[in-house]
Design a protein around this ligand. Structure first.
Ligand code: GDP
Length: 460
């Protein structure tokens, strides 16, 4: 494999920048472009792994100094990629970083593809595919909990679970193959019964794992949340209040369509993705306010609806329509403006009969917001995530593979029930093993590997 190089730190001006190289030629290349603090060449291949050298990167042809640097050395196999690697810590200016990268390229390295360092870590067997994927998830995490799930996965929680399940199936395959190879011994019936139990057990375990995806999805994508209510109940006030708390703002990132902005707020480490925030906020500046018709569209899209009612007013027709909208949704009823003591909807039967959480708030004064957060945590069982070391499936590819495996196992069970020959049963079990192996990358096609790593950042 060729020696690759890339700038690994984010593009822009910063305190330091890191240019990374990995591959057989890394040290030879460095030998040509590095001098120590006395401006002398040193024997790079004599340097110990996990040490650093202070000095300069020079232009190999002119001898001109490009930057004052510290280089860290990692010798194979004890490196991120399991190859010889070095990381040149330079000053974090774009020009300097590019010049250093160019020296690496001019002296024998090739520019790495996105994710190629991590891809090599995978291909060289340091991490499996699900661990590699978790690295990107960790980098892209929007909340602390998502980051925690990713680091757990990086440490092999998910792979461990998958491998444990594969192990059961492999053991069983060994039994089955014995039965196929030695039909003269009448072990088939016993094996069938035993196999059925193991398959049932395995299927249960896989289903448990699959079900963690709901939580995983929340961790990764946040909870799509809609704030609805008739005009003037305080929707924008609530949103502004939540967003005002600086700790709550996670980020404004571009949505799937170029012209929308999705806003994330974080509640104890979980992101709420507020739908159509810009719309709600914009309308508060104009005479047009968001009404029931729009509420219906927004609520349809949402996984959580915060339905706001004006506690100083009686419920009107529009309010009742809102109640209808939230009937079959994860929803929380908010009685707003409790700082004004004119009316009280608290005992309103129409509201109570919805069986939704009812929380009294003042969007203006910021009252009741913590209760709102707690209610959201309850609905989505967020506190359970804190128990933490459990494997959580956050990646749709993994979830799909688990589902395929469950299907294959169900087919195997069906085959046993129907007394089909054991070699037919074994086909489905082998399929399940293959499905699961694709999560850890044991038998995954090159196309899939390339697609996964192409989504990585350059230099990772
Ligand atoms: P929206 O149309 O639902 O977005 O409602 P707004 O957030 O624009 O609020 C409508 C009016 O109600 C504004 O004058 C707000 O200042 C006021 N308002 C909102 N929340 C409260 C509250 O908790 N207490 C009081 N007293 N007024 C509020």
């Amino acid at each position: 494999m060729e020696t690759i190089a890339a700038i690994s730190t984010a593009i822009g001006n910063g305190g330091i920048g890191i240019i990374r190289m990995s591959g057989k030629e890394s040290f030879n290349i460095l030998q040509k472009i590095f001098v120590n603090n006395k401006e002398k060449k040193i024997k790079i291949d004599k340097i110990k792994g996990y040490t650093m050298q202070y000095g300069y990167i020079i232009n190999k042809n002119t001898g001109e100094k490009i930057d004052e640097v510290i280089v860290s050395f990692f010798k194979n196999p004890k490196s991120y990629t399991k190859e010889d690697m070095c990381e040149i810590n330079s000053h974090g200016g774009m020009i300097v970083e590019k010049q250093i990268l160019n020296q690496c390229l001019e002296n024998g390295a090739i520019l790495s593809e996105p994710g190629e360092f991590t891809k090599r870590a995978f291909l060289n067997g340091r991490i499996d595919l699900s661990q590699a994927e978790s690295i990107m998830d960790l980098i892209n995490s929007k909340t602390e909990k998502e980051a925690k799930a990713s680091i757990n996965q990086l440490q092999g929680e998910l792979s461990g679970k998958i491998n444990e399940i594969r192990h059961y199936l492999l053991d069983m395959m060994a039994d089955i193959e014995a039965a196929i190879d030695y039909p003269e011994y009448d072990i088939e019936e016993i094996t069938n019964k035993k196999a059925f139990n193991i398959l049932e057990n395995t299927s249960e375990k896989l289903n448990e794992l699959k079900n963690t995806f709901n939580t995983g999805k929340i961790l990764k994508e946040g909870i799509k949340t809609a704030i609805i209510g008739r005009p003037n109940v305080g929707k924008s006030s609530l949103l502004n209040n939540i967003l005002k708390e600086e700790r709550a703002i996670v980020s404004e990132i571009e949505g799937t369509t170029r012209d929308t902005i999705e806003e994330y707020i974080s509640i104890n480490g979980i992101a709420l993705k507020i739908i159509d925030t810009a719309g709600i906020r914009k309308t508060s500046d104009t005479i047009e306010k968001i009404g029931v018709k729009k509420a219906l569209d927004i609520a349809n899209e949402a996984e959580l609806v915060l339905a706001i009612f004006d506690n100083t007013k009686e419920l009107n027709k529009e309010d009742l329509e809102i109640l209808e909208i939230i009937k079959n949704k994860n929803a929380i009823i908010l009685l707003n403006k409790i700082d004004i003591k004119e009316n009280n909807l608290e005992n309103n039967l129409e509201l109570i009969n919805t069986n939704k959480d009812i929380i009294k708030i003042s969007a203006k004064k910021g009252k009741g917001i913590n209760e709102l957060y707690k209610a959201i945590e309850n609905i989505f069982q967020i506190e359970e995530l804190d128990n933490g070391e459990e494997a959580i499936v956050t990646n749709i590819r993994h979830k799909n593979q688990i589902e395929y495996a469950i299907k294959s196992i169900e087919q195997a069970k069906e085959a046993i029930k129907n007394n089909l020959p054991i070699d037919i049963i074994s086909i489905s079990i082998k399929q399940a093993l293959e499905d699961l192996g694709k999560i850890t990358g044991e038998n995954v096609s090159e196309d899939i590997i390339n697609e996964i790593f192409s989504k990585f950042c350059l230099g990772k």
